[in-house]
Design a protein around this ligand. Structure first.
Ligand code: AMP
Length: 208
């Protein structure tokens, strides 16, 4: 099963993708996570994209498409995948069509006010990428990852100025993909306003 998770930043795509990965045994391919791993490991790609991620702008299409093409070529993606955060532009969607057949595009639907609340309260474990929310999904011990015991951080691009830019970028470049996939009969809306467990239950129903 080849799935795309589409939706604004903060809609819970990463959280639900981790649950789907576990339940369906398919890899969770997050382009944001791949870029952040490259930045952390100080690769050439990481150096090239670091400032772009911090500002909330998009990495150029050709760079992103090449990275995804390589990742989808790996063995674990042969029997399905969840693409989280890709495609984000029409050009990326056109390129994906040439790489792989998509089964469903899950459109995470969430009000702008809720998006802002979620992004500003989000905290992550830098080494595992596991996400929490200070109010809605807090760790067992404040500021500490449940499993690794490492301190949680706020992503640079979850700070207010970058959030506003990311939402503008989403509206301009990514939201047009809703119609793109609707026209192709692949789009399924998912109400992302509920708890992760409820959203996941709803998604499982849809995928049946
Ligand atoms: P995310 O973790 O999905 O919110 O992505 C974090 C950042 O990585 C984005 O704000 C972009 O700078 C970059 N990024 C992730 N996915 C893409 C993509 N498909 N195209 C371009 N840039 C991306």
């Amino acid at each position: 099963m080849n799935l795309i998770f589409l939706g604004p930043p903060g809609a819970g795509k990463g959280t639900i993708a981790a649950m789907v990965k576990e339940a369906y045994q398919i890899p969770h391919i997050s382009t944001g996570d791949l870029f952040r791993a490259n930045i952390k490991n100080e690769t050439e790609l990481g150096k090239r994209v670091k400032a772009i991620l911090a500002s909330g702008d998009l990495v150029p299409d050709e760079v992103t498409i090449k990275m995804v093409d390589n990742r989808l070529g790996e063995d674990d993606a042969k029997n399905g995948y969840i693409l989280d955060g890709f495609p984000r532009t029409i050009a990326q969607a056109d390129a994906l069509k040439e790489m792989s057949k998509v089964d469903y595009v899950i459109n995470f639907v969430l009000e702008r006010e809720d998006i802002l609340k979620r992004l500003s309260g989000r905290r992550v474990c830098k080494s595992t990428g596991r996400t929490y929310h200070i109010l809605y999904n807090p760790p067992k011990v404040e500021g500490i990852d449940d499993e690794t015991g490492e301190p949680l951080i706020q992503r640079d691009d979850d700070k207010e100025e970058a959030i506003l830019n990311r939402l503008e970028v989403y509206d301009k470049s990514t939201a047009p993909l809703i119609d793109y996939y609707k026209e192709r009969g692949l789009l399924i809306d998912l109400d992302a306003s509920k708890s992760p467990e409820e959203v996941f239950a709803e998604l499982k129903n849809i995928l049946k």
